[in-house]
Design a protein around this ligand. Structure first.
Ligand code: ATP
Length: 236
């Protein structure tokens, strides 16, 4: 699959009757790289879960290319080309690393798992280990690699660097940038490491209490240190 445009319009959602996301709108062009930022509890994870069809939608629409996703459930959205790497590292703990990767291949040939091993040599070393035997960082690698193997048109990443050593973080961000630049995937990244996120992204959306409080380019944000301080709680 090749990268597709992601368009979110007036999206409101939450958990049961509780509204967390309010009237969120943005567009990520095909092959674009967007960072979704905000302080703790501002709704970033809820927004990604909503795009993946895993919360209660109260209004608005989500489209992937020409495909309207709004009426589809999580598996329908995955089939339509949406890849989601949740913060919870959704791996199968009773399967081996290799078996987990086979699940991610969908109908691709089994040899394609070498792509995952090239991305994360550590996973190759641990390929016969069960998911339950992996460290937190290794589970993060497995969850990310498995989703990328499925070649989604749009990739949603919720704090993919959590638990990873700095050198692996750098390589992984380069991999993500390459996937977007080669128009293989459109990428929407939630990340607490603001510098890494801004180095990666072409566009930024900042959430505050579930609403879009700011959107623009990393360069425009860098020119507004008071905005960074107010919405992200960090100075320059
Ligand atoms: N399953 C749930 N049921 C009810 N409320 C929830 C649930 N999960 C999260 N919330 C609430 O939704 C709000 C947004 O949480 P969310 O996890 O989306 O924020 P976040 O920006 O991703 O935070 P963090 O940076 O800490 O991961 C918070 O007030 C949180 O308490």
């Amino acid at each position: 699959m090749t990268a597709a445009r992601l368009e979110v319009s007036g999206l409101s959602a939450g958990y049961g009757p509780t509204r967390i996301i309010e009237e969120v709108s943005f567009v990520v062009p095909a092959g674009g790289r967007m960072a979704l930022l905000g302080r703790n509890g501002m709704g970033k994870t809820t927004l990604l879960a909503t795009l993946a069809g895993q919360t209660k939608r109260h209004g608005g629409t989500v489209a992937l290319g020409d495909t309207e996703l709004t009426a589809l459930d999580g598996s329908g959205r995955a089939l339509a080309g949406l890849g989601y790497v949740p913060q919870s590292r959704a791996i199968f703990k009773s399967l081996t690393v290799e078996e987990n990767l086979f699940v991610g291949l969908k109908d691709r040939p089994k040899t394609a798992i070498e792509e995952a091993y090239a991305m994360f040599p550590r996973l190759k070393e641990r390929r016969r280990n069960l998911g339950s035997q992996l460290s937190g960082g290794e589970q993060q690698m497995l969850s990310t690699a498995r989703t990328i193997l499925g070649q989604p048109a749009v990739l949603l990443l919720d704090e993919p660097l959590e638990g990873l050593a700095p050198v692996i973080c750098e390589e992984l961000m380069e991999t993500f940038a390459h996937l977007a630049a080669s128009k293989a995937m459109t990428i929407l990244l939630v990340e607490q490491r603001i510098k890494a996120a801004l180095d990666f992204a072409e566009s930024v959306v900042i959430l505050e209490r579930g609403r879009v409080a700011w959107q623009g380019t990393p360069a425009a944000l860098a020119a507004q240190p008071e905005t960074v301080d107010r919405l992200l709680g960090v100075g320059h």
